[in-house]
Design a protein around this ligand. Sequence first.
Ligand SMILES: *Cc1c(COP(=O)(O)O)cnc(C)c1O
Length: 226
Amino acid sequence: MSIADNLMAVQREVTGAALKAGRNPDSVQIIAVTKNVAVERAKEAAAAGFLHLGENRVQELQHKAPLIPGVRWHLIGHLQSNKVKYMIDKVHLVHSLDRWSLAVELDRRAREQDRVMPVLVQVNVAGEETKFGLQVSEVRDFVMDAADLKGIQIQGLMTIAPLVENPEEVRPVFRETKRIFDRLREIPRVQMEQLSMGMTNDYPVAIEEGATMVRIGTAIFGRREY
Ligand SMILES: *Cc1c(COP(=O)(O)O)cnc(C)c1O
């Protein structure tokens, strides 16, 4: 299967899951995750019209960004504060705001460049010790405080579900994330539009539960070689 074929298959799945949930398929953005994928293969996704690409490491994003023009880059992985200065002018959306010190650094570097950096707050809804992200109990205060930082704009939430064999097992994680999202939406000065959840193993379930962005690598580019 070519990358273009894989993309069409993923698009069909996305459409099916959205319609099943009574949602508009256009309300779900596919982010093609190109981490550990060669530039030439990443370019095939862009050529097929998939212009939202995701990377989890700043160094790899810095390498690919000039080689694949015309795409919007999503930073989806844990971001070290000392790397912020290298990504701030290249990234369309940061999915992984997971601590206050990072919010402060993103705010500072964005204002230096006269821009506002759109971000999603990563929430560790499943409570896995190995995963980054705020605890559920911390999210509300964090979002309210971050709404005061002029260099960043919170646009929603991101979560990573545990890897399980049957994606039905993580449906409650997605449902809980959507519930937190909906409650935050009620705060007048907080903008909550994007819900980034769902990867190769679980994206149809995530869409049924309200995801507006799915981050998909393996189903598009095949198994990654490390
Ligand atoms: C690698 C990665 C993905 C994509 O994972 P697949 O299982 O290959 O679809 C999504 N989100 C994050 C944060 C990742 O690091």
